[in-house]
Design a protein around this ligand. Sequence first.
Ligand SMILES: Nc1ncnc2c1ncn2[C@@H]1O[C@H](COP(=O)(O)OP(=O)(O)OP(=O)(O)O)[C@@H](O)[C@H]1O
Ligand SMILES: [Mg+2]
Length: 339
Amino acid sequence: MSTPDIGIDLGTTNIVMTYGKKGVVLSEPSVIAYNKCTQRILAVGKEAYQMIGKTPAYIEVVHPLANGVISDDLLAQCMIREFLQKVCGRQLVKPRIIICVPSFITELEKRAVGDCIISSGCRKAYLIDEPIAAMLGAGINIGKAKGHMVVDIGGGTTDVAIISMNGIVTSHSIKSAGTQIDHAIQRYMLRRYKLLIGEQTAEQVKMKLTNLYDPREDITATVKGRSVMRGLPDAVELNEMELFNAVEDEIFAIIEGIKKVLEETPPELVGDISENGILLTGGGALLGGLRELIHRTLSVNCVMAKDAIHCVAKGTGIAFQKINNLLDGFEGVTVYKYQ
Ligand SMILES: Nc1ncnc2c1ncn2[C@@H]1O[C@H](COP(=O)(O)OP(=O)(O)OP(=O)(O)O)[C@@H](O)[C@H]1O
Ligand SMILES: [Mg+2]
């Protein structure tokens, strides 16, 4: 009996799973909530995310990943197991799983991801480099001697890579991404308006009001929080220009990172990239005006991946068809000993 194969994009902010030919079947925050006294798991994903900042002391809500790598093995394992159960139900034959890993992580960190997947319950596990998965997910043929560039702006990190002939030629990881942008907004509101705002509020403002290309002062949004001076609820009208000022350091750190990779890339491949453009993936790629800003600053075209948040996961699903063809990026981990 065979079971469909599962592709997993285990991100710092979101976990996305594909199931056989069905494609993406699960996309939820990578968060888990548990009772500290009984150690019982209370919720994962969306349900756990809604608990952030609203729980009594004995309940802890944890992100078991930080900056693209597993920071809490046990909780990551529990979280993945819960999600696998949601997707597969209780099946006798365990699935094969491909999970993607950032290109910059160490062998030890890769091993931790592999072990985590194996103990969450699978028949066989494979790892694939995230930039390769992103390219496959966007439907790009990476088997030829042609340079392609991908910039994956996630929650914890921005990963930049140049790919040619199924392998990574150059890559670089930048510690500026979605979460750091949220924090920059929180810092700005505190500094400028003495208004304390939560992470979720900062994220909502970012999604709603960011305009990195031509920010205006007359487009505004209301931001609610707590006044530090009075200790009471307060609200402020924030405009696009102010938001741009709040996040520009993080954004230009990303653009500098892209520039650095381009500078380190062999000239033949740079020619290909200016022809093909830069592929943008990850939730952060959806920041208003980012594509245009990169084009204006670096004079290289950018192409937004279709369904940018799910692109990497789709690529891991597609990778099953290419297990024998890819030269680089795959690593058989171990065979699950099913009893
Ligand atoms: N429309 C949007 N505009 C701006 N940012 C967005 C939008 N939608 C999602 N994001 C941001 O994208 C980030 C999550 O992206 P993604 O799911 O690709 O990250 P991840 O894969 O979990 O993280 P990583 O790859 O760093 O491990 C969050 O910071 C979120 O705020
Ligand atoms: Mg990601």
